[in-house]
Design a protein around this ligand. Structure first.
Ligand SMILES: Cc1cc2nc3c(=O)[nH]c(=O)nc-3n(C[C@H](O)[C@H](O)[C@H](O)COP(=O)(O)OP(=O)(O)OC[C@H]3O[C@@H](n4cnc5c(N)ncnc54)[C@H](O)[C@@H]3O)c2cc1C
Ligand SMILES: Cc1ncc(C[n+]2csc(CCOP(=O)(O)OP(=O)(O)O)c2C)c(N)n1
Ligand SMILES: [Mg+2]
Length: 585
């Protein structure tokens, strides 16, 4: 640790490029990195011991990127992943694309072969900046030690500014080994504004305020940008002041408290029917930091046909990209809402919210968690009990598939950054490594993985990382014996031709035990809560293998090509899905 002299302000010190990497990271406030060593990055690993930075050794570089991503989503800070050249760098690709699609701030540092060998197909040479060009916000190759500090600082600035995203810095081995002056005093993070050049125009602001004040059936669409902009209070104020119901995107979950009377829950493909119906009936959508993903809109031609649309968004490229809007407000959400709010007087009319509540109709009857216990275990029960036991306060990190949607439906998140999930890329294998990142970012928080039997197997080698880093993470595997979401699409759209979707798994509890992680298998509804409580009470990690109904489906569902309110609903009682799909116990 810090054997290096800390020079007086303005007095540069001679350091190697490798030392400059860590010194710059330290200056940026980085405390944790996730990585895997190899030849082209060994100088950087050699210098690590001199700096107070915790390195988590991953089992696959994809996981390093997911850990940095989970760290960033849980903390709001920039996550850092480190890998060697060639296969180390290419293994990062899925994790970088995952972060790019969900606008997660991340810096990836890769070692590269020496600059004089570039272009010779030297051992483990790969053009990682070329490969990652479309999936990074920006990337750099550094070939000289003196360029490392300014470029890394720029990388951090770019990653967290405006619309956040991943930046890759590829550093040649000779740059790592070379010497350069490093000025500790000058290594403080570059100052930044979230939106350096943009500001919502006066006329647009006026139009937006007029629309908001005259709307009879407004809805706030709460997106991930609320978290990025830290605009939770402003959104809450807007909603409460005018009694505007709030629907959330998958990545906006937690930005608005689920228990709030104005909270509608998830919108879109697997949103509740009444949420989508309310959107279709509204006369004004106020989109806050969300990008009208196709999972959110259904078919565009019939999306919210009577609604005027205000889009508050930091990235001009998102305006009119999917949905044509009436008033774009380009800039930081919080700043824009802070400008708008003083011009909006409170209104107490609850006619619209009562109309929306009336749309709930028979939803409770169709809700599987309310059906009698006939001996079958449904994921809905598991997630509902997990939510009850943790009082909605855990950080839940999901994988991708049916369990991800059930989590979004049944775990009621009260606060921001408590649901961590891959939305845009939908990356299976994300949950366990991202949870490791989240736990390292927030060691005092309770962290749960909710993963499918398929996705968990993609990165389960990270169980070993959990143990090596002594992390108290609880793992719930929703084991349905299928690549469930694929099976569901095959059920609905491919005449139940379950081509390659049944999946064999190891005994997950034994797999946990092989890593020194205790666990339990749960088959019955009554066993769920005791198992969850055993996990929560244990001082280290715990794995629960929930053997759930094999052929349950996520309802409601908008089939591709359908309008937002044309939903496939869970068959109502009398046509009971418990009997229809259950496996004999
Ligand atoms: C199996 C599966 C099913 C899915 N089903 C659904 C579903 O039913 N419903 C659903 O909602 N999603 C669903 N998704 C997720 C979906 O694909 C998208 O990832 C999600 O809808 C995106 O949410 P978002 O637009 O809020 O977040 P992002 O994609 O992260 O977009 C955030 C937006 O906020 C902007 N922004 C960032 N910072 C600021 C700032 N400071 N000020 C203003 N704006 C800012 C960004 O520029 C960006 O445009 C599903 C995903 C999977 C894998
Ligand atoms: C890396 C990757 N490969 C393939 C897919 C396509 N896919 C989406 S959901 C899914 C099934 C997931 O199965 P499982 O992990 O068991 O979760 P379940 O749906 O059963 O809850 C698949 C294969 C994907 N999203 N990511
Ligand atoms: Mg499964």
């Amino acid at each position: 640790m810090s054997e290096l002299p800390t020079s007086a302000a303005g007095q540069p010190t001679r350091l190697t490029g490798a030392e400059i990497v860590w010194a710059t990271l330290e200056g940026e406030g980085v405390r944790d990195v996730f990585g895997y060593p190899g030849g082209a990055i060994l100088p950087i690993y050699d210098a690590l011991r001199k700096y107070p930075i915790r390195h988590t050794l991953v089992r696959h570089e994809q996981s390093a990127a997911h850990m940095a991503d989970g760290y960033a989503r849980a903390s709001g800070k920039v996550g850092v992943a480190v890998a060697t050249s060639g296969p180390g760098a290419t293994n990062l690709v899925t994790g970088i694309a995952t972060a790019m699609m969900d606008s997660v701030p991340m810096v990836c540092i890769t070692g590269q072969i020496s600059s004089k060998l570039l272009g010779t197909d030297a051992f483990q040479e790969v053009d990682i900046t070329g490969i990652t060009l479309p999936i990074t916000k920006h990337n750099f190759v550094v070939t000289r030690a003196q360029d490392i500090a300014p470029i890394l600082r720029k990388a951090f600035l770019i990653a967290r500014s405006g619309r956040p995203g991943p930046v890759l810095v590829d550093i040649t081995k000779d740059a790592q080994q070379g010497m350069a002056d490093f000025d500790f005093a000058a290594s403080a993070p570059l100052p930044h504004r979230p939106h350096p050049m943009l500001s919502a125009e006066h006329d647009a602001l006026r139009q937006a305020i007029d629309l908001i004040l005259s709307a009879k059936r407004p809805i706030i669409l709460a997106g991930h940008g609320i978290l990025d902009s830290n605009a939770m209070d402003q959104v809450l104020t807007l909603a409460e002041r005018l009694q505007i119901p709030v629907a959330s995107t998958l990545l906006g979950i937690g930005a608005f408290p689920a228990s709030h009377e104005l909270s509608l829950g998830l919108m879109g493909m697997h949103g509740e029917a009444w949420v989508n119906q309310a959107i279709q009936q509204s006369d004004l959508l106020i989109a806050c930091g969300m990008r009208f993903d196709d999972r959110v809109t259904g078919v565009l031609a019939s999306y919210a046909p009577d609604a005027k649309k205000i889009h508050i968004e930091i990235d001009p490229a998102e305006i009119n990209k999917n949905v044509k809007v009436d008033v774009p407000l380009i800039g930081d959400l919080r700043e824009i809402l802070e400008t708008i709010l003083p011009q909006i007087a409170p209104r107490k009319d609850s006619t619209w919210i009562r109309a929306v509540n009336a749309l709930k109709g028979d939803a409770a009857v169709r809700d599987i968690k309310n059906l009698p216990d006939l001996g079958h275990l449904y994921a809905a029960h598991v997630i509902h009990d997990l939510w009850r036991s943790t009082a909605g306060k855990a950080i839940v990190v999901t994988d991708v598939g049916q369990h991800q949607m059930w989590e979004a439906q049944y775990y009621k998140h009260e606060s921001p950054r408590t649901l961590i999930t891959s939305g845009g890329l939908g990356t299976m294998g994300y949950a366990l490594p991202a949870a490791i990142g989240a736990k390292i970012a927030c060691p005092d928080r309770e962290v749960w993985v909710i993963a499918g039997d398929g996705g968990f197997q993609m990165t389960s080698a990270e169980l070993s990382t959990v143990m090596q880093e002594h992390l108290n993470i609880n793992i719930a595997i929703i084991n349905n014996g299928f690549l469930g979401m694929v099976r569901q699409w095959q059920e609905f759209m491919y005449e139940r031709n379950y081509a390659c979707s049944p999946i064999l798994s190891p005994d997950f509890v034994k797999l946990g035990e092989a890593h020194g992680i205790p666990g339990a298998t749960v088959r019955k509804r009554a066993e769920v809560l005791p198992a969850v409580e055993a996990a929560r009470g244990s001082s280290g990690p715990f794995l629960i293998n929930f053997m759930v109904e094999k052929e349950d489906a996520v309802y409601p569902m908008i089939a591709p090509g359908s309008a937002l309110d044309e939903m496939i609903r869970r068959p109502a009682n009398g046509h009971n899905p418990l009997l229809e799909t259950s496996e004999e116990p």
